[in-house]
Ligand binder design. Structure first.
Ligand SMILES: [Zn+2]
Length: 237
């Protein structure tokens, strides 16, 4: 039995004790579903190519960090819920399925945030995408134990902080490989840019990046805001 089948089987058993919930609205759903019927119609999808950060060839994001997409990310990050991870991974897998890659590289979390949550979000998402796609996970990057959170810093400070936070895992062979960086949210892109720079300097052939959500200032982006209200459907089971 492959790992995905085994995992789905485990989900069914766990759901007998803890009902499986839609990560976007909290509604109880069948154990083999990743989200409810109606949420896919209301997610704030990214519908046009995003400008990738420096050193990154292409940047993929499923949703803007808003509305139900934001709620799901926050419930994963701060309530430590694992079920949003599966929904994010499935959507991200569908988004990058045409991208050729030798490995998925999760953006490492700092020691403190792993302690708080019990798991590293990017690690878990990358692991699930690997089950769906068969592309292996390569932990080519490491975070220093005292890694600082980026959210209170300005752009210049973010790049400097990211440079001090990550380093290459010497044991990972990345030479000549096409890599996809995996993370939950992209804010300014400074973390992805610094990670891609490290990987390229260590010999990676190409670095692209995939995140579940990209932040956007909705008050400044009325056209995107209008699109969010349109009903859209996707094939997610
Ligand atoms: Zn829902």
């Amino acid at each position: 039995m492959d790992r995905l089948k085994l995992y789905k089987y485990t989900r069914r058993i766990i759901s007998l004790l803890y009902p499986n919930r839609c990560p976007f609205c909290g509604k109880v759903i069948n154990a083999d579903k990743y989200m409810c019927e109606s949420c896919p119609k209301f997610l704030p999808y990214v519908t046009k190519p995003l400008l990738p950060p420096e050193n990154v060839s292409r940047l993929y994001a499923c949703c803007y960090y808003a509305y139900r997409a934001r709620t799901a990310v926050l419930s994963m990050k701060y309530k430590g819920l694992i079920y949003p991870v599966d929904a994010f991974a499935l959507m991200m897998y569908k988004m990058i399925s045409k991208e050729h890659a030798d490995a998925l590289v999760p953006v490492p979390s700092g020691f403190m945030s792993v302690q708080k949550r019990g798991f590293s979000t990017a690690d878990k998402i990358a692991e699930r995408i690997s089950w769906f796609s068969g592309v292996p996970v390569l932990k080519a990057l490491k975070a220093r134990d005292d890694k600082q959170e980026q959210k209170m810093l300005n752009m210049k400070m973010r790049i400097e902080n990211a440079r001090q936070s990550f380093y290459i895992n010497d044991k990972a062979d990345i030479r000549g490989k096409k890599l996809i960086l995996i993370d939950d949210v992209c804010t300014t892109g400074s973390t992805l840019s610094v990670c891609a720079e490290l990987l390229t300097n260590a010999g990676a052939a190409e670095v692209t990046a995939a995140v579940f959500a990209k932040t956007v200032d909705l008050s400044r982006n009325k056209r995107e805001n209008k699109k969010f209200s349109k009903k859209r459907t996707v094939d997610l089971k």
